[in-house]
Design a binder for this molecule. Sequence first.
Ligand code: CAA
Ligand code: NAP
Length: 247
Amino acid sequence: MAQRVAVVTGGMGGIGEAICMRLAKAGHQVVATYSPGNTRAGQWVNDMKARGCECNTVQVDVTDFDSCQKAVAKIQSEAGPIDILVNNAGITRDATFMKMGKSDWDAVLRTNLDSVFNMTKPACNGMVDRGWGRIINISSINGQKGQFGQTNYSAAKAGMHGFTKALAQEVARKGVTVNTISPGYIGTKMVLAVPKEIMDTKIIPQIPVGRLGKPEEVAALVAYLCTEEAAFITGANIAINGGQHMY
Ligand code: CAA
Ligand code: NAP
């Protein structure tokens, strides 16, 4: 199998780390991005190495186009052309719409949706020129079904899939696939921030499988979309949610 250069934004978060691990174990050269506020990048690289996973890292603020352009240029000069881009960085700022401030809206739209433009724009042309690429956008069940308390996040995550469907059409004949993965509730710090009472009474009972998902389960799906076998899957929105939302 060809070794590809794979970039995972938010690669040190709960789902991102599992994706980095899985892609590295599949033989890819992985670059994890981390945010300017993250002070544990060096330790993270050592910890991953101890677990058998070699990763490079680059700092980027995914809300900032200039920062993304510079990060992509740095990766391309140090690791080589980017073949796989996993747009995974994201945040929540949950509040009912009545209580939601403009800053909560802006932060979530910028981090979850503008980021997809900011990272894909500098990386995509090279994939098209070389005739091979994989762009995978990590959206959410809550972009598909909406979620009480998440007008901002649901809008951003739904927007990601609109982007996927349009770009997939533009680059399909150039060997580049563009897909969305929509995880349900996965056991990371993002989900652990939901009040326990809400989780136990409003969320877990709605999951037929009866548990939270695991980051590794999402990572396995990402890895499959990166294979040669997955070349005919494009413009798809693949749910991985324990049966919580079927459509
Ligand atoms: N459906 C219907 N009613 C709900 C509800 C729900 N899901 N959640 C809360 N309510 C009700 C409450 O029972 C309460 O009712 P009463 O006034 O009759 O008592 C009312 O709405 C107000 O709720 P809160 O007291 O909780 O209001 P709050 O302002 O304190 O908190 C909130 C609002 C921050 C949105 C809180 O409800 C919350 O955190 N909800 C969870 C939101 C959620 O699922 N976020 C997902 C985060 S993980 C993620 O985003 C990853 C992913 O992609 C899956
Ligand atoms: P997480 O552990 O909180 O990780 C989020 C990552 O996003 C962090 O690594 C963080 O980087 C990065 N990030 C945030 N703001 C950034 C910025 N401005 N610039 C660069 N990086 C930034 O959350 P997670 O659960 O792994 O979520 C990963 C993705 O999956 C998100 O897009 C999320 O919306 C989506 N998702 C999660 C779930 C779930 O249930 N957990 C379900 C569906 C979808 P640093 O650590 O370097 O700060």
